[in-house]
Design a protein around this ligand. Structure first.
Ligand code: UDP
Ligand code: MG
Length: 327
């Protein structure tokens, strides 16, 4: 049976862009179906993220016009990451592969051909990576690229210049469903699932119509979520800082005692300085240690799967064997 593809498209207040891009998506799906790359049961799944404009009406009309369009709507606006997750979870039992993509036409839909090809070559996750960021403003490019570097330094594994345009197989999605965390940073979570993956490069265009829903405040909060969901390195930094300051405080104690014996300080200065240095250093180290435990608790409460099996050797069914293993 041919591969069933679901294209997952989050939409928030996109009434200006949806009538244009929906046609582009349908053309792409149709061409993939006609070239026999994917099955005719493939679908374009719109996820309405609590839009306040006519987005949902447009989606309902599209679904009436062509069976390849389907839609779900969230009860309220929950943000881009949650909308993508809702779509992926809706699709995971109905298809073989999903491709998530924004609905504004910024990501080049022609990269889908190569994504599907890579899946057929055995990759379970294919990351769409921007080959250049010419169409972004200098500020967006600078902040975004700095962010990827910071994340990697913090120990979170993210694919450089990959946003949320990616192919994920239903097999990976079934494992991914066991990641129960609420703070989502999908591009950093899929590498945690593992399986064979690769990247496909494409050029990112300007938005076809409408405006970006990612102002600086939302971008910063996504960045903050990314760091705090994937890494407890900030806590480690406190511990390290505490240790350094405690060491310096110790030197401060020695210094104040020496000054005291050299006799050129007012009465009480040495004891005060000793106490302040000591308490400051000890407090930071203690905070760091507390932080380590909080970090561990944080990781534990996420209940992430501890292992995921990707392959098993085949078990030969020898009928004279009395011990049968069922997989
Ligand atoms: N989006 C969403 N919910 C939100 C904000 C955005 O579903 O709360 C969708 C939006 O409709 C688009 C995608 O997420 O399909 C990316 O948003 P946008 O293009 O505004 O971000 P940018 O490309 O400027 O970073
Ligand atoms: Mg966009």
């Amino acid at each position: 049976m041919n591969t069933i593809l679901y294209i997952i498209i989050p939409c928030y207040n996109e009434e200006t862009v949806l009538p244009i891009t929906s046609k582009m998506f349908l053309d792409k799906l149709t061409s993939l179906i006609q070239s026999n790359t994917i099955s005719n049961s493939s679908r374009i799944l719109f996820v309405n993220d609590g839009s306040k404009d006519k987005t949902w009406e447009i989606i309902c009309n599209l679904a009436k016009q062509d069976e390849h369009f389907i839609g779900i709507s969230q009860s309220r606006n929950r943000g881009h990451q949650n909308a993508v997750l809702a779509g992926l979870m809706e699709a995971k039992d109905k298809c073989d592969i999903t491709i998530s993509i924004d609905c504004d036409g910024q990501d080049d839909i022609n990269a889908m051909d190569e994504m599907v090809e890579q899946y057929k070559q055995g990759c379970e996750i294919v990351y769409g990576v921007r080959s250049k960021r010419d169409t972004d403003t200098f500020f967006k490019r600078f902040t975004a690229e700095g962010f990827y570097k910071l994340l990697n330094w913090m120990g979170a594994e993210v694919v450089y210049n990959h946003a949320d345009y990616r192919l994920v197989s239903s097999r990976v999605l079934k494992e991914f469903a066991n990641f129960k965390e609420v703070n989502l940073f999908l591009r950093g979570m899929f590498p945690l699932v593992g399986f064979k993956s690769t990247s496909v490069y494409y050029e990112r265009h300007e938005r076809i119509a409408g405006e970006s829903h990612y102002p600086l405040t939302k971008m910063l909060s996504l960045a903050f979520d990314g760091i705090t969901s994937l890494s407890i390195k900030p806590i480690r930094i406190i511990t390290a800082l505490g240790t350094v300051i405690a060491g310096l405080s110790f030197l401060g104690v020695i210094w104040s005692i020496v000054m005291r014996f050299m006799g050129n300080v007012v009465a009480g200065w040495s004891s005060m300085t000793c106490i302040i240095c000591l308490i400051g250093g000890v407090q930071l180290v203690c905070l760091g240690i507390l932080g380590e435990y909080i970090g561990k608790i944080y990781m534990e409460v996420k209940h992430r799967p501890r292992y995921i099996i990707s392959e098993r050797t085949e078990v030969k069914d020898t009928s004279n064997s009395h011990k049968k293993v069922h997989y």
